[in-house]
Design a protein around this ligand. Structure first.
Ligand code: ZN
Length: 477
């Protein structure tokens, strides 16, 4: 199957699309950098989790579910974790356990399969120390003032992944200047812990207890679970430099290998309503707060979020918006309406028409356009197309079997609609048109169309509404 339809993936390392051939088809190995567990995951964190879940599903389809090993780590030792635990007055363990549990709940609502292995950094300290000692022994790292540092100029082709010269990187990066560094680009493999911070006995004969740097964690966990050289390493594009560049430097120099992973895949940036997401801009959106908007219906709503995310190709920047969510819900509703007509067991299946798009560098927008075409044919009476639609949508992790006749308005929903309409009129009065539009879109996603009219005498705006299911079933029959 892999021969007839080769999987093409864009490799950041070579800057081109290449045919993917695993080192060992009996064990296809992928590593993706996971969360640092100190706070709720935001929707920017959700992007790689969803994107690489689709790739995981595709690899399992091509090579067999038992022949793919997917490792996604949890970083549970980090300065941000220490700071947050102190701020909240809880133990580090309590904070990391709670946050990891929340992360799992949130992403499971997004239809994400668990990875094969989910290693935690704190459970791999011996592996990290072994790597660090190997790097010191072969001259790529050195000890200075209780730190161990990787000496960047010792690696001739450092910077290959980000395709920048040392000079460019030094100019571009916010390099931490420290008197004990031989070169400003040198980065921390191990550092001493302050009192109250997590610490372990240090490597390389350092007396003071310490803890690992962030980059060495991934090198150690990848090696332990996937070996010295593996197939695919993924993450967000913001990790290319310095994190992935440093992972490569550590692993290659420790093992004397020409590569760490053969394919490096990176998903693009995420913006919110056209702006960079940041706490200071007040547009910081967590997966959890979005899910809580539909407490009774999280699997469906999570599926809407998943579809909204997959509507943009993974390498493109994505603009996360209320409009995008509303469009995704309209599409998912339309597809889900074919579930009963299709009369299939809810077995996910990937058929050739969708596989062709996914094998072309995970072209999910192409796959979604194909699902729309299937829905159209199904609405015209083709049971076969309805079946293709449902099994492929389920393959993509979309909950088309979760639809609960949302276009049928019962009394409770009627009260909700009226309440939302009042809130919108209030927003308009306060000239908060952004919020007014948001509510209109929210209702549109539920299949409620609003119509405003002005009383010619009083000038008062009144709003009427009608149920208009997002599908055009009647019209096309
Ligand atoms: Zn990593």
């Amino acid at each position: 199957m892999a021969e007839a339809h080769p999987l093409m993936l864009y490799n950041t390392l070579t800057r081109r699309k290449e045919a993917f051939r695993p080192i060992d088809p009996a064990n296809v190995r992928m590593y993706v950098c996971g969360p640092t567990v100190y706070d709720y995951a935001h929707i920017g964190n959700a992007r790689p989790v969803i994107v690489f879940d689709v790739l995981f599903r595709l690899l399992r389809h091509i090579y067999g579910a038992e022949h793919v090993t997917y490792v996604r780590n949890i970083t549970d030792v980090d300065d941000k974790i220490n700071a947050r635990a102190a701020e909240e007055g809880v133990s580090i363990r309590e904070l990391t356990e709670r946050t990891a549990k929340q992360f799992h709940e949130d992403i499971s609502a997004l239809g994400v399969l668990p990875p094969t292995v989910e290693p935690r950094a704190t459970e791999h300290i011996p592996e990290m120390k072994a790597l660090i000692e190997a790097l010191v022994a072969n001259g790529h790292a050195y000890v200075a003032e209780d730190h161990v540092l990787f000496h960047v100029p010792s690696m001739k082709d450092y910077g290959r992944l980000s395709n920048r010269s040392l000079e460019e990187m030094e100019a571009g990066a916010r390099v931490e200047v420290a008197p004990y560094k031989k070169d400003p680009m040198d980065f921390v493999l191990w550092k001493p812990s302050k009192a109250g911070e997590p610490s372990w006995p240090s490597p390389c004969g350092i007396a003071a207890p310490g803890r690992p740097g962030w980059h060495i964690e991934c090198s150690a966990m990848a090696e332990r679970h996937l070996g010295q050289v593996f197939d695919i390493h993924g993450g967000g594009i913001d990790l290319v430099f310095p994190h992935h560049e440093n992972e490569i430097a550590q692993s290659r120099c420790a093992h004397g290998m020409p590569v760490m992973a053969r394919f490096w895949l990176h998903n693009g940036f995420l913006q919110v309503e056209g702006e960079k997401m940041s706490k200071s801009l007040g547009n910081f959106v967590t997966i959890n707060e979005l899910l809580r908007e539909r407490p009774a219906d999280q699997k469906w709503w999570g599926g809407v979020m998943r579809l909204a995310m997959l509507s943009t190709h993974y390498r493109q920047p994505i603009n996360w918006s209320r409009k995008g969510l509303a469009e995704a819900e309209a599409a998912l509703t339309r597809w889900a309406k074919q579930y009963e007509f299709a009369e299939v067991a809810a077995e996910p299946q990937l058929t050739q028409r969708i596989a062709n798009h996914l094998c072309n560098d995970l072209n999910t927008p192409g796959a979604i356009a194909e699902l729309h075409a299937m829905a159209k044919a199904a609405e015209s009476g083709s049971k076969h197309e309805a079946q293709e639609l449902i099994v492929n949508a389920l393959f993509l992790g979309l909950p088309v079997d979760e639809y609960i006749a949302q276009h049928q308005i019962d009394d409770m929903q009627m009260a909700l609609v009226n309440e939302r309409i009042d809130a919108r009129l209030e927003a308009r009065k306060a000239k908060n048109f952004k919020e007014a539009d948001r509510i209109r879109d929210e209702l549109a996603a539920m299949g409620i169309a609003l119509k405003d009219s002005k009383d010619p005498k009083t000038g008062e705006i009144t709003t009427t509404w009608e149920v208009r299911a997002p599908s055009t079933t009647e019209a096309s029959r």
